[in-house]
Write a protein that binds this ligand. Structure first.
Ligand code: 9B3
Ligand code: ZN
Ligand code: ZN
Ligand code: ZN
Length: 412
């Protein structure tokens, strides 16, 4: 008994899990330049976690700013908010309570739970063995901490090279609905191939490469240590860990909307593709450049369907076509549960930011390049309840299938 208690305590000590008791998420509504200055100054004085936009550099007037505030700073934040006379509300009263509401980690793989990385890795093998002839897997490299990055290939076997779509999920560790969607997509593909005419035709003519978890180290870390982690887990000079993988691609790298401070949540890294995870994906796409016709990357939250560019306000050469396609896909998504998405180029629609994967893929020559920001709009943010996994995935399927069907009809 004593031994059990001892090992129990050791396990808890080793786990070293960050807790968020009494922490709140605020939505601030800056309308004056003074409000923006106020928020940036506050970020300098106290540690606040920017949920949206994802770092203080990206704060501007007339955009909602969602921040998580540690319990010890609540008094001072309330006092300062009164002084600033800025409009605000509390989105989440107690972050730990919101985390606990998502319940204990599932004991087995489930499409309506947030699966652990280990369960996702086992699930990949199960799907591959159960659907030989349609599904295969390929390790595209290992992460910084040595975990395999596995891409699932779905498509009817063919003797000639098929055009393809590449989709990744989980670039950002805490955006848990994203890997859930990639798993859902694979499930739907194998379940509806042969009965759904659009899916059958798609997988007969094209291959879909799905990377269900891009940031494997970060995702594992959000399950075991810190639910709010965003970046990779690579070591920087100094004590701060991790690079933002979606600021580390070689697309206007670190020129705007990214930080050169390794402690920032939007740290761009020491050089483009400094992160092995980014390099692995970039190499995979470069090697298949001639067959990859669309690049889809799944994030959360905000309900946006973005396309290039984010690193500049300049419109992409294919702007009109991409906007039309995004609006069609958003309408398809909305038709199921009336979930409203905004479509547009990243810079003007969310914030200008460089080093993102969609811009990089587009400049490489992948014309149909999109970033999804899934549910919600901030009620739960990254802590989207498991009850919303199914409706979110069902509606997102409609948008992804809309884009896939369009790409299939417009091969180039
Ligand atoms: C950011 C960039 Cl840099 C891009 N090219 N496309 C989309 C985004 C938004 C995501 C991010 O990394 O901040 C949302 Se989580
Ligand atoms: Zn993201
Ligand atoms: Zn996001
Ligand atoms: Zn539904």
């Amino acid at each position: 008994m004593k031994a059990l208690l001892f090992f129990g305590l050791v396990a808890i000590a080793l786990a070293d899990v960050t807790r968020f008791e009494g922490e709140k998420v605020f939505r601030l509504k800056p309308v004056l330049d003074e409000h923006v200055t106020f928020i940036k100054d506050m970020a300098k004085d106290i540690t606040v976690d920017f949920w949206s936009p994802e770092s203080p550099e990206l704060v501007a007037t007339n955009i909602d700013v969602d921040i998580r505030v540690p319990a010890m700073y609540l008094d001072i934040v309330y006092t300062r908010l009164q002084q600033s006379e800025m409009e605000y509300k509390v989105l989440i009263e107690d972050v730990q309570a919101a985390i606990d509401e998502s319940g204990p980690a599932p004991r087995a793989h489930s499409y309506i739970k947030y699966n652990t990385l280990a369960d996702i890795q086992t699930w990949i093998d199960t799907v591959v063995s159960a659907n030989a002839g349609l599904v295969s897997k390929q390790v595209i490299g290992n992460s910084y901490e040595g975990r395999p990055m596995t891409v699932i290939k779905i498509g009817k076997a063919s003797s000639s090279a098929k055009p393809a779509i590449f989709m990744d999920c989980g670039i950002h560790a805490r955006e848990w609905i994203s890997p859930a969607f990639c798993q859902w997509f694979v499930k739907e593909a194998v379940e509806t191939y042969g009965s759904d005419s659009a899916m059958t035709s798609l997988l007969d003519q094209m291959d879909v490469y799905v990377l269900p978890v891009f940031n494997v180290d970060g995702y594992d870390y959000t399950h075991k240590s810190d639910r709010m982690w965003r970046k990779t887990r690579s070591k920087n000079s100094g004590s701060c860990v991790g690079t933002d993988p979606n600021r580390n691609f070689n697309a206007g790298w670190c020129t705007i909307g990214a930080s050169s401070n390794p402690c920032s949540d939007t740290y761009c890294g020491s050089v483009p593709e400094s992160e092995i995870e980014v390099k692995n994906v970039a190499n995979f796409i470069r090697n298949k450049k001639s067959v990859i016709k669309a690049y889809l990357t799944i994030h959360s939250y905000s309900q946006l369907l973005l396309f290039p560019y984010s690193y500049t306000y300049d419109l992409a050469p294919d702007h009109t076509e991409l906007l039309q396609l995004a609006e069609g896909a958003s309408a398809a998504l909305r038709s199921l549960h009336n979930t409203r998405y905004t479509s547009g180029p990243g810079a003007a629609t969310i914030y200008p930011a460089a080093g993102g994967s969609d811009d990089w893929a587009y400049d490489l020559g992948v014309k149909y390049s999109f970033t999804f920001e899934l549910r919600d709009t901030g009620r739960y943010g990254f802590l989207l309840p498991t009850t919303q996994i199914q409706p979110t995935c069902e509606e997102t399927m409609l948008a992804v299938k809309y884009i896939a069907a369009y790409v299939q009809k417009n091969l180039y």
